[in-house]
Design a binder for this molecule. Structure first.
Ligand SMILES: Nc1ncnc2c1ncn2[C@@H]1O[C@H](COP(=O)(O)OP(=O)(O)OP(=O)(O)O)[C@@H](O)[C@H]1O
Ligand SMILES: [Mg+2]
Length: 208
């Protein structure tokens, strides 16, 4: 079983959007997927509640309390964890212990970059990461292609030796679909095809 933790201590960087979209993408590929909500706001579980009955099935798990963590049915192929705002303490340690992959969304803003640097420096020190037992994937979210902000983020990450695996555009489709418990990989239409393409490098890395 693969366990993908979507985390960054920076609020509003797109953790829930990225966790729900990955879950929908893998479910659309026929995987048996669970979405574990580890954030007290329980946004991912709200998204599951809104999900139409005929959409690809995603099992919701409430992992907001440390005692419920790790509770997964054996037939699940992948668990996607929507991480909490602050990844600290015993709860965080257990979430990281569960993870085989860590996806870190970052907004192309100087304030988010500095905070993400500190977050990455912290998780890179973890034994599990140092030993290569969980891989970190950095995703630029809410970007404008060819913008100066994206170029700055790319150059900053290159300087710190941290590659960017995917660039996700700022599009209203994400919030519109989320209101219906859906994501761009559910009943794909032609207009969202370029958006789906942006996720392919990340999905490939997660499945690799
Ligand atoms: N690529 C995107 N394009 C447009 N809007 C986006 C995108 N990603 C996220 N958003 C919007 O940004 C807001 C914050 O996103 P989201 O809730 O996923 O972040 P979060 O990190 O989970 O926040 P929190 O820290 O509150 O849990 C939401 O309104 C969401 O719809
Ligand atoms: Mg969230």
């Amino acid at each position: 079983m693969r366990t993908i933790l979507v985390a960054n201590r920076k609020g509003g960087c797109g953790k829930t959007t990225i966790a729900t979209t990955i879950a929908a993408a893998l479910a659309a590929r026929g995987q048996s997927v669970a979405l574990a909500d580890a954030d007290r706001q329980k946004s991912a579980l709200k998204w599951i509640d809104l999900r139409p009955k005929d959409a690809a099935q995603i099992t919701g798990l409430n992992w907001t309390k440390t005692k419920d963590l790790g509770d997964v049915r054996s037939q699940i192929d992948t668990v996607v964890i929507d991480g909490p705002g602050a990844l600290t303490g015993a709860h965080a340690e257990m979430l990281i212990a569960e993870a085989t992959e860590i996806v870190v969304p970052v907004l192309p803003s100087i304030f988010d970059t500095a905070s993400t640097d500190r977050f990455l420096a912290k998780i890179e020190k973890l034994k599990k990461i140092r030993k290569g037992k969980a891989e970190i994937h950095i995703v630029a979210n809410r970007i404008r292609l060819k913008s100066l902000a994206l170029a700055r983020l790319e150059s900053h990450l290159a300087d710190t030796g941290r590659p960017l695996i995917a660039r996700i555009s700022d599009r209203i489709a994400y919030s519109n679909l989320a209101c219906e418990g859906l994501a761009i990989f559910d009943s794909p239409c032609r207009e969202t095809a370029p958006l789906r393409n942006q996720w392919q490098p990340l999905l490939l890395a997660l499945e690799g």
